[in-house]
Design a protein around this ligand. Sequence first.
Ligand code: ATP
Ligand code: FE
Length: 355
Amino acid sequence: ITILGLESSCDDTAAAVVRQGEGAAQILSSIIYGQTELHSAFGGVVPELAARAHAEKIDLCAAEAMQRAGVSFEDLDAVAVTAGPGLIGGVLSGVMCAKGIAAATGLPLIGVNHLAGHALTPRLTDAVAFPYLMLLVSGGHCQYLIVRGAEDFKRLGGTIDDAPGEAFDKTARLLGLPQPGGPSVEAEAKAGDPAHIRFPRPLLDRDDCNLSFSGLKTALMRARDQIVAQKGGLTHADRANLCTGFQQAIVDVLAEKTRRALRIYLQETPAVPLLAVAGGVAANTAIRAGLETVCTEMGVTFTAPPLRLCTDNAAMIAYAGIERFRLGARDDLSLAARPRWPLDRTSPSLIGGGK
Ligand code: ATP
Ligand code: FE
């Protein structure tokens, strides 16, 4: 099965061709046109600018992916596209492009939930077996999912406010560090003293898998203001200590909530218990180490796809398309673009013709 996948739900315009025969899936091409420069002056993604850039580039991107893969429309079995959740203008660009291809070529159309794309990535990269536990930690999401099948996700909990990536980005902004905040805060944290500032670990008193990161941001702002009020500014060491304290709070909260999520997951008695992470925040070395420690402690295998497949890309959409295609899922030209689309309500009946 060979599928062209399109992704345009946030600030990357992406297209990829993925093929799977009997064995492992193969990424024939994966093209990403980023928009970092376009939005850099605004301190965040501007939906209108993103939508226009997606609309301008998605066809080109698809053509380039097919050319690099050396395939023509006759070689494809279907075209898969992110149908949500995401910025609606961008999602629409992808969905319209995919519908155009489907209408012109007669290829089946398959709508993919962007989160399902992330959640199924460990099967693309490592052919892991269901059920596994997925922690999705990115700029826009933070949630625990038991992945039982390509269309069967059980959400155990997630953030009730900000995503960790968002918190890293805001922290960088508050401390005058460059964007994206994750890598710059992580680099700064290396020089810090973990015993210096202790930030709150929200929701640890509650025995569930929900997380909260907005209070941490406020605590950081207060700590920063206090230092500035005392000394008139931040030294390099102050900045490093703030970053270390902030990062350590996130490491601890994710480790503890992962322990709880694993306990629930292990009740399903998987043959090979496995935790997979996806999303840009999974690049963080301290966070990974924290998660690995918990996994070792609980006898669970830990895996993280390579970073270029952890962050937004179209290979994961094409691959999720292959999984849905195998299950017999087909959408038609009434496929809707959805700004919101909770993953545990992913089902074929909700995708086709959903309004
Ligand atoms: P989503 O995929 O949920 O819509 P997104 O596209 O913004 O959101 P990703 O591209 O998966 O998310 O990840 C980007 C986020 O990852 C940014 O918030 C960035 O700061 C964060 N990030 C990247 N590297 C690191 C790191 N080393 N430590 C912590 N956070 C990081
Ligand atoms: Fe994403």
